[in-house]
Design a protein around this ligand. Structure first.
Ligand code: ZN
Length: 365
């Protein structure tokens, strides 16, 4: 039998799947006017456990906290996960942080939205102008130290990708000439691989080619740099994260073949900002990392479950929600789990099993 709670005198707001309602409007199945600890709370067909604040912390469910202020008892409800009994792993495969941005605060927001892991990717920082090869190391160290700080203030699993950002070849070529620019980018790649080999970083990325039209000689040079990166990845048993023009089956085939010539498993090539290419004949073995728009995730799910999700969040104070808000992946996954568009098995595969393959380095082949 369903009835309404009788706590008329209390004021509280329940945030539940992006809806807000007062507790009085929530039908429950229990007869007790109070919701005892360890009891099941049902709402809109979903189930959560009522658990005491002390035992709460990281368990999913609904926190119902009773406290007294003067004569009025206050009940606070907060929902920290929906109708799941186990923490669903939720991984964002492409996040940038800026020393000038919200950095750790952004990752705390990601975590409280339900995120559990991410790949933090180096981006050229205003703090370091690349004028010589060693500047790459200073730039990567910024990423590593932001990751370290985030690890100590969250429970998130954070993998780090370091590498010479592909678009950098343009200003470097302008300043130093293409030949020297290529050498600097190669050095940047070597330094990235050393950080992977020493266990400080997990992946080489993002590397590749400028994502817009460039001259033939820049493309050829970028391909040589990328091939070198793939060879280093093969040596170190780590993935490469590719930044290049928008993905197509033909492009995935090209990346797969390039990996082959570097003796790198195409499955260790992750195409960042990939459209929903999921079937084998679309990916050619390359791993798609797909921006988590509702439309793209739906299309990806209609084709299979071998893909990763990302936001490419850039933590830019001038563009706070770009490229996507930092909480997009958890929001999308939790919403699709609760409306049945995504199965729990698929969520585990894209949130844990696939990211685990890229923890690297796995030793030399
Ligand atoms: Zn990026």
């Amino acid at each position: 039998m369903r009835r309404h709670l009788t706590y008329q005198e209390f004021s509280y707001i329940v945030r539940f799947r992006e809806t807000e309602m007062s507790l009085n409007e929530i039908p429950i199945e229990e007869h007790e006017p109070e919701l005892p600890s360890s009891e099941t709370f049902r709402h809109h067909g979903s189930v959560a456990l009522v658990i005491s604040p002390e035992s709460l912390q990281h368990e999913p469910g609904i926190l119902i906290h009773r406290s007294c202020s003067g004569k009025q008892p206050i009940i606070t409800l907060s929902v920290f996960s929906c109708d799941v009994t186990e923490n669903i792993p939720i991984y964002d495969n492409h996040i940038h942080l800026s020393p000038r941005g919200r950095n750790i605060e952004a990752l705390k927001e990601f975590e409280s939205a339900g995120g559990t892991g991410l790949t933090l990717v180096t981006l050229p920082y205003d703090e370091v102008v690349i004028s010589e090869a060693d500047d790459f190391l200073r730039s990567y160290q910024i990423t590593l130290s932001m990751a370290e700080r985030a690890r100590s203030s969250t429970e998130l699993k954070i993998n780090v990708a370091v590498g010479p950002y592909p678009v950098l070849i343009l200003p470097l070529a302008e300043r130093f000439g293409l030949e020297k620019a290529e050498k600097m980018m190669i050095s940047g790649m070597n330094i990235a691989a050393e950080l992977v080999a020493s266990g400080k970083a997990n992946a080489i990325g993002e590397i590749g080619r400028p994502h817009f039209d460039v001259s033939e000689e820049i493309t050829v040079s970028s391909n040589r740099i990328l091939l070198h990166g793939m060879e280093l990845a093969a040596e170190n048993g780590c993935p490469v994260i590719i930044h290049c023009e928008s993905g197509s089956p033909e492009l995935m085939k090209e990346l797969s073949e390039m990996a082959g010539s570097a003796s790198l498993d195409p499955g260790m090539v992750i195409k960042h900002f990939c459209p929903p290419l999921v079937r084998d004949d679309e990916t050619h073995g390359v791993m798609p990392s797909i921006p988590a728009s509702r439309r793209s995730v739906r299309e990806a799910l209609s084709k299979g479950d071998r893909f990763m999700l990302e936001t490419d969040h850039i933590d830019d104070p001038e563009r706070p929600g770009a490229v996507m808000s930092v909480n997009t992946v958890p929001k999308r996954v939790l919403a699709m789990l609760s409306n049945g568009e995504m199965s729990e098995g698929t969520a585990w595969k894209i949130g844990a099993d696939i990211p685990k393959m890229y923890d690297g380095p796995k030793g030399k082949h």
